[in-house]
Design a binder for this molecule. Structure first.
Ligand code: NAI
Length: 544
């Protein structure tokens, strides 16, 4: 016999978008056929949140908490977001990094319930049909990965799906992008991870990664299908390997509404730290010179956005780039350096070779050093003392992740600079006291940027996402840092206030979108009100 859940109360309890669980009122229970299907006493949303917190407290590891919250998301979306939004800073490490990384690594072993869309390359020619199986027809925001460079964990194949799911949860929890308009997608073109091939439980295609023309043709089919089915949507590319991330962004950024958070969001959050640092040193961006340790994708992405921001303040782009110098494993990038990659070439300067970083600081006299080398401890005592001799308030940003790879610790930067460093890092460092002064080190976390960008793009129905929008976002983050925070050396707003901070950033970006005539809706009188009015609030609505 078939058990028909139909459109009755029983089905309602299994619909995460409409389910209220024990919060269905007596009247609703009578009207919707729920009588008898729930414990008899209706509860409030607050009561449910408290119950979830109590259940989470009984779990002793973060992966269990992640799984518990995933189940809640599949059961009752409103309650899931009400819980996350009750303590976004506390839940971020569980629904996103670092716990999501472990969940992706164990994806095939802990798989519970399907969420999002999977597009295996075997679906070539049928991508539109696959996408049209998604029940929501008005999709506004897509986060898509091909699983090749998941966080710092490498190729996790189809297990990368945890990342679009987790990231979209932050779009909602941190900036109010409505969850029903969001779609996580994983493109499966195979994996080059031998361990996954050997795992009998692996859930993805067992083939080597498709490269080159067939890969890009599949991406093309995906982009076209999205445009046809969801013409108002924005595609955010996530955790693609550089070899694909850079050309994909270059190809589509001027054609559709799209961006890559690893490239553009990262650069924007670093620039936000610099704008806040300038509030401490009371200097202009155009007076700065930065020396990057590492000349990879993070370095060139950040250097390019800083250059564009400098050129918005009156310099030529070429002048601005010459103030952002890169130092890689073989030394300073100069026009005579051999084996320069295309994306490094704009930053190569006319200069004699320098192979020692501290010597490069002496030669170029930067106002700030930014570490994106992946190699720990390279901002050693000599480096920090050298830049501190040249600058009253040196900017010192060791951005390599995780903590074990940081170019220096907060304590080292403050101690060796005698408390004068303006410091921010990629990984978190706890508050500390050096020379009797208390410091709270800031963490340049992309979460200050991407949810706000998503909200602005959604609310304005933007046609494009431009680099200028990321510069505007960086300024909007920095202007929110209070003087009391700056006094402690903290360059970013508190993560506990992320929703309010993101709505402010989103309003600033939206204003810029209207100014540049990139919006697909009419400009309202009050842009903050537009953003506030569109923001998702986790509350139970009327069920029809
Ligand atoms: P990448 O691999 O593209 O670049 C690293 C570069 O450092 C390479 O060009 C490499 O040759 C160079 N390098 C290696 N050893 C060196 C040495 N001894 N001296 C000078 N240069 C050296 O990596 P990517 O994507 O640029 O990331 C770099 C680091 O930045 C990573 O640790 C990443 O976690 C971190 N990062 C942090 C972000 C944040 O906190 N918001 C955002 C993006 C990246």
């Amino acid at each position: 016999m078939v058990f028909d859940i139909g459109a009755n109360g029983y089905a309602l309890l299994r619909n995460p978008h409409r389910n209220k669980g024990t919060a269905f009122s007596d009247q609703e229970r009578r009207d919707l056929g729920l009588d008898g299907l729930l414990p008899p006493v209706p509860t409030s949303l607050d009561h449910q949140i408290a119950r979830i917190h109590a259940q989470l407290a009984t779990l002793d590891n973060d992966l269990q908490k992640y799984l518990f919250l995933s189940d809640l998301q599949a059961r009752n979306e409103t309650l899931y977001y009400a819980v996350l939004m009750s303590d976004p800073a506390g839940f971020m490490p569980i629904v996103y990094t670092p716990t999501v990384g472990e969940a992706c690594q164990k994806f095939d072993h802990i798989f519970h319930a399907a969420r999002g869309i999977y597009l295996p390359i075997s679906a070539k020619g049928h991508v539109k049909q696959f996408l049209s199986n998604w029940p929501q027809k008005d999709v506004r925001f897509i986060v898509v990965t091909d699983g090749e460079r998941i966080l710092g964990l490498g190729d996790l194949g189809v297990g990368g799906m945890g990342i679009p799911i987790g990231k979209l949860a932050l779009y909602t929890a941190c900036a109010g992008v409505p969850p029903e308009l969001c779609l996580p997608i994983t493109i499966d073109v195979g994996t080059n991870n031998a361990a996954l091939f050997e795992d009998p439980l692996y859930l993805g295609l067992r083939q080597s990664r498709v490269r080159g023309e067939p890969y890009y043709a599949f991406i093309d089919e995906f982009v076209e299908a999205v445009q046809e089915l969801f013409p108002k949507s924005c595609i955010q590319w996530e955790d693609f390997a550089n070899i694909n991330a850079v050309p994909i962004l270059a190809k589509y950024r001027d054609q559709i509404c799209t961006y890559n958070d690893d490239i553009q969001g990262t650069a924007s959050v670093a620039l936000a730290g610099i704008y806040a640092a300038l509030r401490i040193s009371d200097q202009q961006l155009t007076d700065q010179r930065f020396l990057f340790l590492g000349a990879g994708s993070a370095a060139t992405g950040i250097a390019e956005l800083i250059s564009q921001a400098m050129s918005m303040e009156g310099m030529t782009l070429q002048q601005a780039r010459s103030r952002n110098n890169l130092f890689d494993i073989d030394g300073l990038l100069t026009s005579s350096s051999r084996k320069l990659k295309d994306f490094q070439k704009p930053f190569a300067i006319e200069h004699a070779p320098v192979t020692d970083f501290a010597e490069a600081i002496k030669a170029l006299r930067p106002t700030g050093i930014i570490g994106v080398s992946t190699v720990p401890k390279l901002f050693n005592r000599r480096v920090i003392e050298t830049i501190s001799e040249i600058n009253e308030r040196p900017i010192i940003f060791p951005y390599s992740n995780p903590t074990s790879r940081s170019e220096c610790t907060a304590e080292e930067a403050y101690t060796w600079s005698k408390g004068r460093a303006i410091f921010a890092s990629g990984s978190p460092f706890p508050p500390l006291t050096v020379g009797g002064k208390h410091f709270v080190p800031g963490q340049g976390n992309n979460v200050y940027i991407f949810p706000a960008m998503g909200m602005a793009v959604y609310a304005t129905e933007a046609r494009r996402v431009t680099d200028e929008m990321f510069i505007v976002a960086a300024r909007a983050v920095a202007e929110q840092v209070g003087q009391d925070s700056l006094d402690l050396g903290l360059l970013y707003p508190p993560q506990s206030e992320i929703l309010a901070a993101s709505l402010h950033v989103a309003a600033r970006i939206a204003e810029h979108i209207f100014d540049r005539e990139l919006a697909r809706i009419a400009r309202p009188n009050d842009i903050s009100r537009l953003i506030g009015g569109k923001a998702y609030v986790p509350a139970y609505g009327r069920i029809n």
